[in-house]
Design a protein around this ligand. Structure first.
Ligand code: S3P
Length: 449
């Protein structure tokens, strides 16, 4: 029986309220848990599997709504993808450049990774026409960051607001290689350009101002693409007319999902929790470094490598957190964990400053505005900055009515804040968690003692 009272209320529009009632005597976070597969790696395994020759086998795939969107789109494009499950997914690739032209619009739902990566592949399919759209949030997110470099490669793409918003229409072309210097560190933009470069004669290079997650580079190499990487300049070059070969991919647990439990374990007194089998690729471990700066007690156990990605079990015990500054090159390595780090900061002594994270404003929601408003609703002291937040911790939080704004990471961050807030918290539109973490509420019940 869980110590916290959790209630899921279904609304008329099938939206859910998650009600979390913290018992007056408090609770602690205990146990050994696993988190679902890494979202970034799951997307890439499905996509590379679809454009490879032969068969790809995926173990540990995330069954969230975002990878489902990827699987559905690539099925429409001609790949044979077996029913999705965590045990074993088989992808029969169709080979690079062999997409069939869909009769209908490709729908990526809420998934920015699906649309941006897929655009690189669609744009480099000469003679075929594609249309792509997504949900309300997706249709308001900027696509010019991938449309512009693709246009430099001679891609033909149309959309609203100067071709920057989905729905987008793409007339596939034989592209030309470029060296693109991206103004932002973004794995989605990098991967889009590398994927476009795969089916383009010559060498395509992408340079970014700081290193973003490198799952595409690792997996492309494993599938047989020719890639050269210059770590000095954060540049990666792909050789075109590539041939990829299906592989076995074992997807590790998502550190972005583990981060919720790490913060829960750190802030709820008396906690001791192990999250097993978490991907600890150095381009993703900024959250561990930030929590360590804040004085969190987190140990990496059983470190190993699984199909080209570093993996470990993470043990967290509660401790009094202190403030820190999170800015600069670490930002791309923890960008998705900033909402939950803001929760950690609300329980830390002192004022935490988060800067250089303007990208948060164009995620699934404006995560700076939404996190500041929702945490303040619970009694926190959060001030918005144009590119981050200033959070003065130490004021006890109180249960309140809050809203996820249909952003999965906001929904889960607020649930963790509620575990350490007095009384009852109601999180509206909590169903958003299923985008990246289908069983989040079940695990929440399990770990609360
Ligand atoms: C992702 C890259 C990041 C991240 C997103 C997933 C990826 O986005 O925020 O959740 O899988 O490539 P940006 O590339 O826009 O920073």
């Amino acid at each position: 029986m869980s110590a916290a009272v959790l209630i899921l209320e279904t609304q008329e529009n099938a939206s859910h309220n998650l009600i979390i009632q913290r018992p007056p005597a408090g609770l602690s976070i205990q146990g050994r848990i696993k988190v679902p597969g890494d979202k970034s790696i799951s997307h890439r395994a499905l996509m590379l599997g679809a454009i490879a020759e032969c068969e790809t086998q995926i173990q540990g795939l995330l069954l969230g709504e975002d990878p489902r969107s990827t699987a559905n789109c690539f099925r429409v494009l001609g790949a044979e993808i077996s029913e999705l499950n965590t045990e074993f997914v088989r992808v029969k690739g169709i080979g690079l450049g062999n997409f069939q032209e869909p009769f209908d619009v490709l729908n990526v739902g809420n998934s920015g990774t699906t649309i941006r990566l897929m655009l690189g592949l669609l744009a480099s399919h000469p003679g075929r026409f594609f249309t792509v759209t997504g949900d309300d949030s997706l249709r308001s997110r900027p696509m010019s960051r991938v449309v512009k470099p693709l246009q430099q490669m001679a891609a033909e793409i149309w959309g609203r607001k100067g071709n920057s918003l989905a729905p987008l229409a793409i007339q596939g072309q034989a592209l030309k290689p470029i060296h693109y210097h991206s103004p932002i560190a973004s794995a989605q933009v990098k991967s889009c350009i590398l994927l476009a470069g795969l089916n383009t004669e010559g060498q395509t290079t992408f340079t970014e101002p700081a290193l973003s997650r490198d799952h595409s580079e690792r997996m492309l190499r494993a599938f047989g693409a020719e890639l050269s990487i210059d770590p000095e300049t954060n540049s990666v070059t792909v050789t075109g007319n590539a041939k990829l070969y299906g592989q076995k991919v074992i997807v590790p647990g998502d550190i972005s999902s583990a981060a919720f439990w790490l913060v829960a374990g750190a802030i709820v007194p008396g906690s001791d929790l192990v999250v097993e089998n978490v991907g600890v690729n150095p381009t993703r471990t900024g959250v561990l470094e930030a929590l360590s700066m804040m004085g969190a007690d987190i140990e990496l156990e059983n470190q190993r490598e699984v199909t080209g990605e570093p993996v470990a079990d993470l043990r967290v015990c509660s401790s009094q957190l202190k403030s820190c500054t999170i800015a600069g090159d670490i930002i791309p390595r923890l960008i998705d964990e900033i909402p939950i780090l803001a929760v950690a900061a609300a329980f830390a002594q002192g004022t935490t400053i988060i800067r250089d994270a303007a990208e948060l404003r164009v995620k699934e929601s404006d995560r700076i505005t939404v996190m500041a408003q929702q945490l303040n609703q619970m009694g926190a002291k959060v001030t918005q900055l144009p590119d981050g937040m200033e959070i003065t911790g130490g004021t006890p939080l109180m249960g309140a009515e809050v809203d996820s704004y249909t952003d999965h990471r906001i929904a889960m961050s607020l649930a963790i804040a509620a575990l350490n807030a007095s009384g009852t918290t109601t999180i509206h539109r909590a169903e958003a968690a299923a985008i990246s973490y289908p069983n989040f509420t079940k695990t929440l019940v399990e770990v609360c003692r």
